[in-house]
Ligand binder design. Structure first.
Ligand code: UDP
Length: 241
């Protein structure tokens, strides 16, 4: 196995990545496969921080149309990410990997509080740190949480694992003429309103020069090939200033 190019990564999985072929919830085979891949990264010497979304269970903004107050709906969304984090903890423990779930909201009987120095220590010891409950604040997304945690833990790379191969000019699942971007800057993504991450997350990464890869999580082994240096997905970086 070749030496990994990145020593510490922050991997962002959307809640949908856990659904497999299901319409929602957590598919046991899918989460176990993902846990196996994350364990292989750790075995290769990569320190892995994880942020998992909650869209497979609850998205706050969508609940507002059902009549829920936004802040309450976002609290529900953040708790959904804790449920996903606990499921991933269990799946990782099944393959023998040590894990710590660290929550931005205090739920001490369920998991640890997020404390940056402790998180870094877990990573140094080869444990997967799963950052749950997003940023702990309503009106944010788990993409923003992933950007924030990647910067805080000084990750070498933020990886956004999605359903598509990278960044396109339009949704490639709907538009066959959608153009693929192998490389782009955060300003290009912001100016062209490309569907990469929300603007808060993009600006955070841009201003702190955190490189981002957007890639397809449904290609088995792709994350490992990426950390070994293969040019997979789209690379978004801060431009020259
Ligand atoms: N959320 C929040 N603050 C955060 C992160 C998430 O309020 O810092 C809530 C928000 O309601 C969001 C939900 O949690 O819709 C689930 O996160 P997200 O939609 O980012 O999940 P994904 O689309 O990645 O599965």
């Amino acid at each position: 196995m070749s030496e990994p190019k990145y020593k510490r990564i922050l991997l962002k999985l959307s809640g949908e990545a856990l659904m497999g072929e299901q319409a929602g919830g957590i598919d046991p085979d899918t989460i176990q496969r993902l846990a196996g891949e994350i364990d292989e990264l750790c075995q290769a010497g990569v320190q892995v921080g994880l942020v998992i979304g909650g869209g497979n269970l609850i998205r706050g903004a969508e609940k507002v149309s059902d009549g829920l107050e936004r802040v309450t709906a976002d609290h529900m969304g953040m708790l959904a990410t804790v449920i996903n984090a606990l499921a991933m903890q269990d799946a990782l423990e099944h393959v023998g990997r040590q894990v710590r779930v660290m929550s931005a909201l205090k739920i001490n009987q369920v998991c640890e509080d997020y404390i940056r120095r402790r998180a870094v220590r877990h990573l140094e010891k080869g444990r997967v740190a799963v950052f749950a409950a997003g940023t702990g604040n309503p009106f944010f997304t788990t993409d923003s949480a992933a950007s924030l945690r990647a910067i805080e833990i000084k990750a070498d790379l933020l990886i956004k694992a999605t359903k598509v191969d990278g960044v396109y000019s339009a949704d490639p699942l709907k538009d066959p003429n959608a153009r693929f971007y192998a490389r782009l800057t955060y300003d290009e993504a912001l100016d062209q309103r490309l569907n990469v991450m929300d603007a808060t997350a993009l600006v955070l990464c841009r201003d702190h020069r955190m490189p981002l890869r957007v890639m397809n999580v449904f290609q088995p082994g792709a994350v490992m090939r990426l950390v070994q240096g293969e040019d997979i997905g789209s690379l978004i970086e801060t431009g020259k200033s």
